[in-house]
Design a protein around this ligand. Structure first.
Ligand code: NAD
Length: 511
């Protein structure tokens, strides 16, 4: 691939700052520098707000069917460019090419859901509040929204925010992660290709000074983030002070619970996908496996055998199961957690540090599958988000013990159970203290028609992405109270039938 200089997309044009600062962009599979990313200034961040605000004045009044027409066009153009978009994700984020294709297709499904906005946005009316009084709720756009994306889902997070935000009539500015900007670079071309009016979607690259320039702007109505919990907490504090609405999806640590009647082949297949897919860098990745005593030894044996057979390598190689992690820093951080696990007394039965790689990948950021057993729930590797292919296997007495551990966790994104038993299934769905639950699946990501998001430290606030929640966050509910009176001198006929003797109401006459 040719060296790429990433640009900002503002007001429908690719733009560069006069004295722009750049940071290198790496291919994590090889460690090579493949391009450079602009670290934009406050002026550029605010120029995007100006453009989005100008666009809002007209975009808000574009008929809803026409706005949704752009979403149909966006979906079609993404389908046409699927391979290029997947390639972009597979290069800088180093997501395995088949998973990268899956991510693009998931974004297209989300856009399909957003195409139902003319139905989803409809309000409510309450007739007959009293006499001739009724109430009506309408949902309206607010203005400019800003979004901040994590490195690990450059496509999906665009899908969670942008189609819903613009479909209901807002305009948007997205700041991708500096570690995975290529997907949005391709999307900017697609916005131009489908004729999206300038300023409706803008892209600004850079670090935290970009969002920090937005909080104080009176033209910004809300900020949404998908990122780590510390980042979400900082944004929540700043946006709270500035009075901006926020939707903040944060960090995670997810349990896979294995009961004595679990179908072992189903569990193992899901385990591999959940714990090692995207090299464990997913907010719904399984990273703690809680097993009841009846099957503990068998589960450990099967996990070990399956993990040993798993091929680690270049994200573009179709024969590989797991690619690298995002950066040298991420690799070193994961290795530090492995060291902490060992120091705290967990038994390391598979060590993924420094796997042997072919010559062309020897500078890539690889960590192989790593498995700890006999892990105590109080250990750091159970409590903190590692965000890598590191799994802690914990022995639990029964389902209540597993539920208790999940309840005590600070994170509350997802949790999955493997069982054939209806009682265990229902107990788990009802009592697992998380936002998303899976039964016999390892990644409990809800379909785009349904809300996606956790609870506790995995979601700050209440709004979730996708489905109807996406509409609620990106619109404000306005309530009209309406009294209608008969014209002067034209009083209404009596609407009720009364008892001639007592005057009591017998029935309503009019419909
Ligand atoms: P991160 O928090 O380091 O960065 C996320 C984004 O926030 C980046 O664009 C970054 O530039 C920006 N940022 C960082 N500090 C900021 C600050 N102080 N103010 C404003 N913006 C700031 O996260 P990451 O490493 O890119 O992504 C991985 C994290 O995202 C993990 O914790 C993972 O669990 C989480 N995640 C959560 C979900 C979910 O649905 N809950 C989904 C995907 C990823």
């Amino acid at each position: 691939m040719d060296f790429v200089r990433i640009k900002n997309y503002i007001d429908g044009k690719w733009v560069e700052e006069a004295n722009a600062k750049y940071e290198p962009l790496y291919n994590p599979s090889t460690g090579e520098v493949i391009g450079e990313v602009p670290i934009s200034s406050r002026e550029t961040a605010l120029a995007a707000v100006e453009s989005a605000n100008r666009a809002y004045a007209t975009w808000r009044h574009v008929p809803i069917g026409k706005r949704v027409g752009y979403l149909f066009a966006l979906r079609a153009a993404m389908g046409k460019n699927l391979e290029e978009l997947a390639f972009a994700i597979a290069v800088d984020q180093a997501k395995h090419i088949s998973e990268a294709r899956g991510e693009v297709m998931r974004v297209m499904q989300i856009i399909e859901t957003a195409c139902s906005i003319p139905t989803l946005i409809q309000g409510d009316t309450l007739e007959g509040i009293s006499g001739n009084i009724c109430g009506r709720v309408i949902r309206q756009p607010l203005g400019v929204f800003c979004g901040i994306a994590p490195f690990n889902f450059p496509g999906l997070v665009f899908g969670w925010f942008v189609p819903f935000a613009i479909g209901v009539g807002n305009t948007f500015i997205l700041k991708p992660s500096t570690q995975s900007p290529l997907f949005m670079q391709k999307m900017g071309d697609i916005f131009t290709e489908i004729g999206l009016p300038p300023g409706v979607v803008n892209i600004v690259h850079g670090h935290r000074n970009v969002p920090e320039s937005w909080y104080g702007s009176p033209d910004v109505s809300g900020v949404c983030l998908v990122g780590s919990t510390p980042t979400a907490k900082k944004i929540a504090a700043k946006c709270g002070e500035a009075g901006k609405r926020t939707m903040l999806l944060a960090g995670a640590k997810n349990y896979l619970v294995v009961m004595e009647d679990a179908q072992m082949d189903v569990f193992i297949e899901n385990y591999l996908h959940s714990c090692y897919g995207s090299a464990g860098q997913r907010c719904l990745a399984g990273s703690i496996v809680a097993v009841v005593p009846e099957v503990y030894d068998r589960v450990v044996e099967r996990i070990l055998a399956a993990s040993k057979g798993l091929k680690v390598g270049d994200a573009m190689d179709p024969d590989v199961y797991m690619g690298p992690v995002i950066s040298k820093d991420a690799k070193e951080k994961i290795e530090r957690y492995i060291e902490i696990g060992v120091k705290e007394g967990a038994r390391l039965i598979m060590d993924g540090r420094n796997p042997k790689m072919p010559e062309k990948n020897k500078n890539g950021y690889f960590v192989g599958p790593t498995v700890f057993v006999d892990v105590e729930p109080s250990m750091t590797i159970v409590k903190e988000e590692i965000f890598g292919p590191v799994v802690a296997i914990v022995r639990v007495n029964d389902i209540y013990h597993a539920l208790d551990l999940i309840r005590k966790q600070e994170f509350g994104n997802g949790a999955c159970i493997f069982t054939q038993n209806l009682f265990y299934t229902e107990k788990f769905i009802q009592e697992a203290n998380v936002g998303m639950v899976g039964v016999n699946v390892g990644v409990c990501a809800p379909h785009p028609y349904l809300p996606f998001g956790g609870i506790k430290d995995s979601l700050l606030g209440t709004d979730k992405v996708q489905g109807k929640g996406g509409i609620d966050f990106f619109t404000q509910a306005k309530v009209a109270t309406i009294r209608f009176e008969a014209p002067e001198g034209k009083s209404e006929p009596d609407r009720v039938e009364r008892c001639p003797k007592t005057g009591a109401v017998r029935s309503c006459v009019a419909q």
